[in-house]
Design a protein around this ligand. Structure first.
Ligand code: SAH
Ligand code: SF4
Ligand code: F3S
Length: 484
């Protein structure tokens, strides 16, 4: 665990500079409060950050934790802490339900610790119905804010520490990107890097555009500078993050010198010396350009892994999902990738049970899984999200039928994934070691460029190292191997 708190400096000279300085002042202020409380209680205060959802939320949580640490809290893995914050996700209903469950359990800790503060932030908080429900049934929550004003966390924390009332601050939208906030990385050797925020695609099932707002790209200079800073701080691998990375830069005006495309940005990031591996998540199939393939081909630093969400293999369902590609155009893209970059692993996301989906539509999806030979796929059961167009579509599929289709699909997904993995048996590959194996401490666990997991004999000293490993045995989704 990297205990350094890292303030990313830049020479940007716009309003966001002033904003980050303002937030640093609030950190000072909150620090006084926490230190007074420590004296009063005769012990250190603890804070716990619980994260749900995607890589963007994980990255946001690293910012929340940095501020909590700077303010003087000690990090706690347990929610039996003095400050607990849930960074929520609302992409599917089960994510919401998990938050409510955890909140209920957390209220029991609060009954025993009157100094405890409970906070909620993230995507779920951008929904009016959620706020109503918390105001009504979860009165013990102290602070609620959303996705657009997370940069104000230090300020909101001050307000919350000074008040006994429930503080709620939710913004509908923002056009601001505040740079230079503190970050405390979970892993010393790898890091997410936001390249853009929000989404403009409005897939009909998806709530993300409503809770994350419109697309806003960070300037290439800020992104490259962040990568350089990270490398200086020991990072070997970055993952460039955005809901649709291919639309990076499209929101800049045509005469803006910052205006570059995603492939151009990738090339710039490849030039950062000392950076060994670059990942990106997520590209949208509708915008996947030949130029992007060329850049990947030319730059061995770019990971041999493309996550290419399919969602459905039925052209009619794709149309109703507003995905803007067809079964055939998706397969043609996969073909192009496989021909040009034979060592790339392609993974995907699939939704089962979209309104009106028939078993024949699922057959189409299964056909794509087989033809594309996905290296892995995340399969999700459709979840109706209030406010999205699909929530009002007719023919919601009965649960039983969804379950049957889901199982049918999963079986094929697992078969293709195993077949793809097996191809690497006996090959020697570079592995970035991530951790000591949880089950067997004589082993370490790392990832290949194509994202496959491998376990092999080694110790803690290897964490963060890039080593050559022979992939001796395939176990479905992962390998066991040996260092060479
Ligand atoms: N921006 C990314 C992914 C965002 S959400 C993209 O477009 O690919 C991650 C995944 O959650 C999606 O790819 C989709 O498969 C799934 N998902 C989104 N909304 C969903 C819903 N309402 N029900 C079930 N799965 C959903
Ligand atoms: Fe959701 Fe579609 Fe945007 Fe992905 S591209 S975040 S699925 S609306
Ligand atoms: Fe969830 Fe928000 Fe990410 S809804 S998937 S945490 S953008």
């Amino acid at each position: 665990m990297n205990k350094e708190i890292n303030i990313l400096n830049s020479n940007r000279n716009d309003i966001t500079d002033a904003e980050s300085l303002r937030q640093l002042e609030f950190i000072e202020k909150a620090r006084d409060y926490v230190s007074d409380k420590e004296k009063e209680l005769g012990r250190k205060l603890t804070a716990c950050v619980v994260t749900f959802g995607c890589q963007m939320n994980a990255r946001d949580s690293e910012k929340l934790l940095a501020i909590l640490r700077l303010v003087g809290y000690e990090e706690s893995e347990s929610e039996n802490a003095d400050f607990v914050i849930y960074n929520t996700c609302t992409v599917r209903d089960n994510a919401d339900q998990r938050v409510y469950g955890r909140l209920g359990a957390c209220s029991n800790f609060k009954k025993k610790n009157p100094h405890m503060k409970i906070a909620l932030c993230g995507c779920m908080m951008q929904e009016q119905t959620v706020i109503e429900k918390i105001k009504k049934s979860y009165r013990f929550v102290d602070l609620i804010f959303g996705t657009h004003n997370i940069y104000k966390f230090a300020e909101l924390l001050c307000t919350c520490l000074e008040s006994d009332r429930m503080i709620i601050d939710i913004w509908k939208e923002t056009d601001k990107i505040v740079e230079d906030l503190p970050v405390l990385r979970k892993y010393p050797f790898k890091s997410g890097v936001n390249i853009m925020f929000g989404c403009n695609n409005f897939c009909t099932y998806c709530i993300v555009p409503y809770v994350r707002g419109r697309e806003r790209s960070r300037s290439p200079r800020d992104i490259v500078r962040e990568c350089e800073k990270l490398v200086a701080d020991g990072v070997k691998e970055v993952m460039l993050l955005g809901q649709n990375v291919n639309s990076y830069g499209l929101d800049f005006k045509d005469d803006d010198p910052n205006k570059i495309s995603f492939p151009e940005l990738l090339e710039e990031v490849c030039k950062v010396e000392g950076l060994e591996r670059i990942r990106f998540m997520t590209p949208h199939p509708k915008d996947f350009s030949d130029e992007l393939l060329d850049v990947i081909e030319r730059n061995p630093k770019i990971a041999r892994h493309i996550h290419l969400p399919l969602q459905s293999g039925s052209t009619e369902i794709l149309r109703r999902m507003n995905r803007k590609y067809t079964k055939d155009s998706y397969l043609a893209l996969v073909d192009k990738i496989r021909t040009k970059l034979p060592d790339v692993a392609i993974t995907t996301d699939i939704i089962v049970g979209f309104p009106g989906e028939t078993p024949a539509d699922v057959d189409e999806t299964i056909d794509v899984v087989e033809k594309a030979s996905f290296d892995n796929a995340f399969t999700f059961i459709y979840s109706k999200r209030t406010g999205t167009p699909a929530a009002g579509f007719p023919d919601q599929v009965p649960e039983e039928e969804v379950k049957e289709n889901f199982d049918r699909l999963l079986k094929v997904v697992q078969e293709t994934a195993r077949k793809q993995s097996e191809k690497l048996t006996g090959v020697t590959e570079k592995v970035l070691v991530e951790s000591v194996n949880e089950q067997d401490s004589s082993l370490v666990t790392g990832r290949l460029s194509n994202n496959t997991l491998v376990h092999f004999p080694g110790d803690e000293s290897l964490i963060g190292e890039m080593v050559d490993v022979k992939l001796a045995n395939c176990h479905g989704f992962y390998f066991t191997g040996e260092r060479v």
